[in-house]
Design a protein around this ligand. Structure first.
Ligand SMILES: [Fe+2]
Ligand SMILES: [Fe+2]
Length: 360
């Protein structure tokens, strides 16, 4: 994505919304972050502008920026600060494919952009699956943002948003192979979304691969979406600390399964299988996990699946302080964990992450 703006500060929310859909570079006509856009926008897939078209200088500046950065046929969404006929005509005159008011809700923005991208990519069959995945991921990301924000501000978890993301992830996982999925997930900058979506995508694919019916697939995906909800209450300096945590910080971090479990129990209406996954996804079959030191038969299949997806996701995730492992390296480590994990499920998981091409 490329955002062209003449008010960098106020456009920050727009940029954040765009980042949900992929890497977002910014060309600041007001001079802030100068040069940043020039380097970062080798190949944007869409241009969005938040510029005052009532100003002749701005119109000239945006024309110039569009000439430089917009390829032929690339969609261009123009955000207008007033929706008068004059501004609308001006927007069309500089080539806008679509127009929205600058104050449009983030969900409207994300939906419009997904549609524009989808239209562009439908014409290119090689990118069709990815566009489909991306559109579902955008839906999931908006719902997840809603969920995480409510959780961190102490409000009830919006269960409708959780269901919307479960739907989207289940459908995308059914249609795409995990390679497509990963490629799209990596383009999200926010690590919390990234982890949630990665674990949920892996779990949904795992459930598809095991031949689960729709209800069970959704149950597994829902458990994965919610598994780390307790992290929404962990202070950000601990959650995002680069490098190792000290003992006290580790204790706080390790409280997230119990915190998440308590949040969902207090709210009510969550199935026991999901509650178990939230509380017990760091348990190991040999009794060495936390918080309850459960053993083998005390840990359900769904929890065992989420644990496998969670560990694998952490190993392949990109962090500033560690290199991500390649799929087969990460999978080898799962195998090396031996009696901690369910060997049959680990074997089946190999089909999800190592042989996606044979899936469909
Ligand atoms: Fe966790
Ligand atoms: Fe996790």
């Amino acid at each position: 994505m490329l955002l062209i703006t003449d008010r960098s500060d106020e456009s920050r929310d727009v940029a954040r919304g765009l980042a949900l859909l992929g890497h977002c570079a910014v060309v600041a006509l007001d001079g802030q972050g100068k040069g940043q856009g020039e380097r970062a926008v080798a190949q944007p897939r869409i241009v969005v502008s938040d510029v005052d078209l009532g100003e002749r200088r701005s119109v000239e500046a945006i024309r110039e920026a569009l000439t430089r950065h917009r390829r032929k046929d690339m969609p261009y969404l123009c955000l207008l600060r007033d929706m008068t006929a004059r501004s609308t005509i001006q927007a069309r005159a500089i080539g806008a494919t679509e127009i929205l008011p600058a104050g449009a809700a983030p969900s409207v923005l994300v939906k419009t952009i997904s549609q524009l991208l989808q239209e562009g990519e439908d014409a290119d069959p090689a990118r069709g699956t990815q566009a489909f995945t991306r559109a579902h991921l955008a839906t999931a990301a908006v719902s997840l943002a809603d969920m995480l924000q409510s959780a961190s501000s102490g409000k009830a978890i919006p269960l409708a948003a959780v269901e919307a993301s479960v739907d989207a992830i289940d459908q995308a996982a059914g249609a795409a192979d995990i390679g497509d999925w990963l490629q799209v997930v990596w383009s999200y900058d926010d690590l919390t979304y990234q982890h949630c979506m990665l674990v949920a995508g892996l779990a949904a694919s795992f459930a598809h691969r095991l031949g689960f019916g729709e209800d069970d697939r959704r149950l597994v995906t829902r458990a994965a979406v919610l598994h780390d909800i307790g992290k929404a209450r962990i202070p950000l300096d601990i959650l995002h600390k680069p490098g190792a945590l000290d003992e006290a910080e580790q204790a706080v971090m390790r409280s997230h399964p119990v915190v998440g479990h308590q949040m969902l129990v207090a709210q009510g209406g969550i199935r026991p299988e999901v509650l178990a996954a939230v509380r017990s996804h760091h348990e190991y079959l040999d009794g060495t996990g936390y918080p309850d030191g459960l053993r083998g038969h005390e840990i359900s299949d769904i929890v065992r699946m989420i644990t496998i997806c969670d560990i694998y996701a952490a190993l392949i995730e990109r962090r500033s302080y560690k290199l991500p492992l390649l799929p087969d390296q990460a999978y080898d480590l799962l195998v090396l964990m031996g009696a901690k994990l369910d060997a049959d499920l680990v074997r089946a998981f190999g089909d999800v992450v190592l042989k996606p091409a044979q899936a469909a």
